[in-house]
Ligand binder design. Structure first.
Ligand code: KIV
Length: 262
């Protein structure tokens, strides 16, 4: 899968599936799956490091997560997130951040928003770096929103998102993530552009979907977002397995003779 297949999927009306991934072990599993693309999301700050927002992750941390995923799933289409403010300090610093992620093996970068950093998007695209946009609820702006809230509910806010999507397309973005906006608006945005939209909490009218891997596997023990679905309850399986291991150690049934060296 490359950026070309990604674009072709839309013209062939084939839906795209993406998940986040941050580590080698899961990347190995995803490498053997039919998934179309992997995002090393800055959500790693929350999912892997326990922060309450994505703001705490930096380029070096994103490099380490990207390196692990690239090692595990080298044949998958891999997108890496530009961390908080790395795309807001001007073209030079943004190119430096993107260089680190691309040199580590990502095939594209994703960055939130567009207003005020159009020059960055244009320069990245012009430098041969495929750019995925991210509109609607932009987690890096959580403090401005006063929490993780659905965006685009008013007519003005909806029109702004449609305008920004068209702007991203004009600047050369190959795809746009639409996060937590009303389903009708996501469909309207999708119809307004020619590049694939990938939804998360944005209904079924997008060209593809993305979920946080740990959410879809049922590993998020603290919170299940309304828009996510537990396709399996790994969290429950893990708890059971650990309890069985603990009991087997304590009653002396583990390790057995077969599990020991003569
Ligand atoms: O960081 C992330 O996980 C994301 C997805 C929510 C799209 O940006």
């Amino acid at each position: 899968m490359s950026v070309l297949n990604f674009l072709k999927a839309r013209s062939e009306s084939r839906r795209l599936s993406m998940v986040t991934c941050y580590d080698y072990t899961f990347a190995r599993l995803l490498a053997k799956s039919p998934i179309d693309g992997i995002l090393i999301g800055d959500s790693a700050a929350m999912v892997m490091h326990g922060h309450n927002s994505t703001l705490a992750i930096n380029v070096e941390m994103m490099r380490l997560h990207t390196a692990a995923v690239v090692q595990g799933a080298p044949d998958k289409f891999i997108v890496a997130d530009m961390p908080f403010l790395s795309n807001r300090k001007g073209v030079g610093p943004a190119l430096d951040a993107a260089q680190v992620l691309m040199a580590t093996g990502a095939h594209a970068v994703k960055l939130e928003g567009v207003d005020g950093h159009e020059d960055v998007v244009e320069r990245l695209v012009g430098s041969g770096i495929p750019v995925m946009g991210h509109l609607g609820m932009q987690p890096q702006s959580v403090n401005a929103y006063g929490g993780f809230r659905v965006q685009g509910r008013t007519e003005d806010a909806a029109q702004k998102i449609i305008r920004q999507a068209k702007e991203l397309e004009k600047l050369g973005a190959f795809s746009i993530v639409l996060e937590c906006i009303p389903a009708d608006l996501a469909k309207e945005v999708t119809e307004a552009v020619h590049i694939p939209t990938i939804g998360i909490g944005a209904g079924a009218g997008c060209d593809g979907q993305i979920l946080v891997l740990q959410d879809l596997l049922g590993m998020n023990v603290d919170f299940q977002p309304k828009f996510s679905r537990k396709f399996v309850d790994v969290g429950c399986a893990v708890k059971q397995a650990i309890a069985q291991y603990d009991a087997a150690v304590k009653d002396g049934s583990f390790p057995s003779r077969e599990e020991s060296y003569a």
